[in-house]
Write a protein that binds this ligand. Structure first.
Ligand code: PEP
Ligand code: MG
Length: 585
């Protein structure tokens, strides 16, 4: 048996035979072209591009359902790339200068580009490799090379697809009645194949380096999309263990979902708001399905990812209006862009920084480029007419930044008024508390805003001084560090003294083990990945506030995270065995 740890991309367990998607036969032969045939070769290439555009448009048109919106966006990127004049010119230049066949020129140009992207070590940019490979396969196919873009069609029923990556157009055509899971060597949680897996609710692990070694068609495997583990040729014991996990997960999906619409209210009548974290207006449908009572965090930087340019005020407005209308009567908290750090996007040109997590990022970047922030704020204020929107600033380190952010809001409101554009001036303003200096000065910050949302992902990173993306120090990334619990308590107390509400929107909120502890620490709202909502609600509904207070009191008392974890695990797994076992996502 071999075990690999990749990135959990889509929850659930799949146990079955592998279907290896092998593209090694895509080798393209280099052929010299006579001078007199060069124009013909260029023509051939241009026809291949046109045909590819038609094909992608055709796939998009046939997607139909609302659930396919995200894939449709991905395919839109392909259409854009196929319209890209630079790509066309570069390939033609290779054909003409090197006097070679079009297929070779395509392969060389895209291959060179992909190599550059891969070397950048940038999660977002490397997800573009899948787009380019998809286009390459399609163009090669249209140029007569057997690129076999549709090999997935051959996967037998019940297969787990194993591939270097799954291209977006393959994803669009995937037959979910036959494929029960997939594992890829490349990719991240935000890569297209991961998005596709979540859209189709197929258990998946991406970034599983080495999975293609030692695997053949039919090799038995387990894909654990809840933890990112992949087992190749698992033992009987592992199969049995995972069959039990699969049953537990199915329980989660069927049982918990039926009660997802009920409020998150303890047995003694204490209510907490449970909301969803989203990255696109297309995520609202699934958020509502899982019982979200609002959007606690809209990570708007993903608007920059979908585009290759900085979104205009109009594009911001359209996205937020769609969110406001879909989520009404609940509210949606729009976080202003949090670009920088590990989140880099083509659209925003950032200078190289020696220490990006501590550099020009989020609100700092926005305040240094106010035109970018102003377009976004105006979009939010205008969309605010159509529902209940709130503005939230990320990475606030002190009161001056908050005041400057608020000044920008006032300036935007003045300009919209002067231009006679309708907008909602009465929008709540809040901040993320994710930097220790903000936590310590929460009492001061509370005088200038309506709500706090604790971003535990970054708060833990900055408080314990560990890079959240560095596997070498991942063992130190500990939400139950006594310092973290004390900081959360301190933030809540400072906020409540000034009547300011406090939410938690980092991954810590999505962990069923911590729900009662956070409630007991006084948190008013939890915002999480939609899929985690039903379990959190069930835990709240089955408990009394007094239990939550007792759990928080005891957790604060222990001096080590091991003691805290052992205690929380003991209490929670006894009370909620299925919720704890079924969803650790
Ligand atoms: C956080 O830091 O906890 C958070 C929610 O923001 P992000 O993960 O987008 O940095
Ligand atoms: Mg953050």
């Amino acid at each position: 048996m071999k075990r690999l740890l990749g990135i959990k991309a889509s929850p659930g367990i799949a146990i079955g035979p592998a279907f290896v998607l092998d593209r090694s036969h895509q080798k393209v032969r280099k052929r010299a072209i006579r001078e007199s045939r060069i124009d013909h070769e260029v023509e051939k290439f241009l026809r291949a591009i046109e045909k590819a555009r038609d094909e992608v448009e055709h796939i998009r048109a046939s997607l139909g359902s609302d659930k396919a919106k995200e894939l449709s966006t991905v395919l839109q990127t392909h259409v854009m790339l196929l319209h890209d004049e630079a790509l066309k010119e570069d390939v033609i230049k290779i054909i003409r200068n090197e006097k070679v066949n079009a297929a070779w020129a395509v392969s060389k140009h895209i291959g060179r580009f992909n190599e550059m992207l891969a070397n950048l070590d940038n999660e977002h940019l490397s997800s573009r490799i899948a787009d380019l490979n998809d286009i390459k396969s399609r163009l090669l196919h249209n140029l007569g090379v057997d690129a076999r873009v549709s090999r997935l069609d051959e996967a037998p029923e019940g297969s787990i697809v194993v591939a270097q990556d799954i291209t977006p157009s393959e994803a669009a055509q995937i037959d979910t009645s036959r494929i029960i899971g997939f594992v890829t060597e490349l990719g991240s949680r935000t890569s297209h194949s991961a998005i596709m897996a979540r859209t189709h609710e197929i258990p998946a692990v991406v970034g599983a380096t080495g999975v293609l070694q030692d695997i053949q068609h039919g090799t038995r495997m387990i894909v654990d999309g809840l933890s990112g583990k992949v087992y190749i040729s698992p033992t009987k014991r592992h199969i049995e263990e995972y069959q039990a996990k699969e049953r537990a997960f199915k329980y989660y999906v069927t049982e918990l979902l039926t009660a997802a619409d009920l409020p998150a209210e303890t047995r003694d009548g204490f209510r907490i708001a449970i909301e969803a974290n989203i990255e696109s207006p297309a995520d609202i449908e699934t958020s509502l399905l899982h019982g979200a009572m609002g959007i606690g965090l809209y990570r708007t930087e993903y608007l920059f990812m979908e585009r290759r340019h900085i979104p205009s005020e109009e594009e911001h407005y359209q996205a937020y209006r769609s969110v406001a209308e879909q989520i009404a009567p609940y509210s949606a908290t729009i976080r202003t862009i949090d670009i920088g750090g590990e989140k880099l996007f083509d659209a925003v040109d950032l200078p190289p920084q020696r220490n990006p997590a501590l550099g020009l990022r989020a609100i700092r970047l926005c305040l240094s480029r106010p035109y970018m922030l102003k377009d976004q704020i105006k979009g939010i204020l205008r969309a605010g007419i159509y529902g209940n929107l709130k503005i939230m600033f990320p990475m606030i380190s002190g009161i001056e930044e908050l005041k400057r952010g608020k000044e920008v809001i006032e300036e935007c409101a003045r300009e919209l008024k002067k231009d006679g554009i309708p907008f909602n001036a009465d929008i709540e303003v809040g901040i993320m508390i994710e930097i220790p200096s903000a936590a310590v000065t929460a009492d001061i910050l509370a005088t200038e805003c309506d709500f706090f949302s604790i971003g535990t992902n970054d708060l833990i990173q900055y408080s314990i001084a560990i890079d959240r993306a560095n596997e070498e120090v991942a063992y130190l990334y500990d939400p139950l560090h006594p310092a973290i619990l004390r900081i959360i308590k301190m933030i809540v107390d400072s906020a409540h003294a000034k009547n300011v509400r406090v939410g938690v929107c980092g991954e810590m909120a999505a962990e069923p083990l911590y729900v009662l502890m956070l409630l007991g620490l006084g948190v008013d709202e939890l915002s999480m990945n939609p899929i985690a909502i039903p379990a959190a609600k069930k835990i709240v509904r089955s408990s009394e506030l007094s239990e939550a207070l007792e759990i928080a009191r005891k957790a604060l008392f222990f001096g080590t995270s091991d003691e805290i974890e052992a205690y929380i695990y003991r209490v929670m797994s006894k009370r909620f065995p299925q919720e704890i076992a079924s969803l650790v996502f």
